[in-house]
Design a protein around this ligand. Structure first.
Ligand code: ZN
Length: 94
């Protein structure tokens, strides 16, 4: 966020170094499953006022290549389902 817009932080914005480049960003929300992975959800408002939930995840993969590929395919399938469910909620709210 540039100096001109710095005073316009949202109520949920972390208002620190993460809030820059025309974006407001919340504190990270963490979901951790010890030994298996973690996900980070961050609320973001871009320079056009559009808001997003940004998700980053780290998944511990099995050393067996086949199993690792199954894990990744499962993660991708479930991410698609997650995005679809979130999109459906948006349409219902409109
Ligand atoms: Zn901000």
């Amino acid at each position: 966020m540039n100096r001109r817009n710095r005073a316009a932080h949202t109520g949920w914005c972390a208002a620190d170094h993460r809030c820059n480049l025309t974006e407001h960003r919340s504190d990270d929300l963490l979901v951790t499953i010890p030994g298996h992975g973690r996900a980070i959800l961050t609320r973001v408002r871009d320079g056009h006022g559009r808001e997003y939930g940004e998700i980053r995840a780290r998944i511990a993969l099995d050393p067996d290549e086949y199993t690792a590929r199954v894990q990744l395919r499962t993660a991708l399938t479930d991410l698609r389902a997650l995005l679809s469910r979130a999109a459906e909620l948006t349409r219902r709210a409109a």
